[in-house]
Design a protein around this ligand. Sequence first.
Ligand code: VGL
Ligand code: ZN
Length: 204
Amino acid sequence: MKALVIVDVQNDFMPGGQLEVPQGNMIIPVINRLQNKFELVLATQDWHPQNHKSFASNHLNKDPFERIILNGLEQILWPDHCVQGTKGAEFHPDLETFKIASIFRKGMDPEYDSYSGFYDNGHKISTGLAGYLKEKGITETYFCGLAADICVYFTIKDSISEGFDATFIEDASRPLNNAGFIFIRKELTDLGVRIISSNEILKT
Ligand code: VGL
Ligand code: ZN
């Protein structure tokens, strides 16, 4: 059984949003076409309280994109984004959501950031996604969404370590930093992740 996991297709990650991913909106029609090809469609949502420690605004004299140590882990400080209940935290209005069976929210503890849809960055808090997929009989996981080099990347790595087959649908995702993405692609491939284009799914 195959599941599609749509990672963080939220307004704040779109052009014009608080933490914009270049061309982030271009993946939406691709994701909408893909959804019918899967037995199970899930989504994740970055879902921070306003006092979240990943926001530069919650530290004295810190600017977005500076790095600090937070609870023993290196943390990039971000502009405020995906604050619970705000427009920026909502899915992009063009994303079709009627096939989405469950939404896994993350980054809710103000002390810990959570790039992966499975666990927080320190692997202390589980969202329950791994157990959910296992109970649903899913063996193959497919990933798309934003940002390819942050939340999608960490979600895929956790999927592999949880024992699932993992496929990254490259044209249904965009990175925050295009230049660094070649290294991430290589790392994922070395871990056994399949990297494909949506056409390979849509033609079947
Ligand atoms: C993300 C940075 C901070 C993402 C979330 O969804 O890729 N990036 N929070
Ligand atoms: Zn975040």
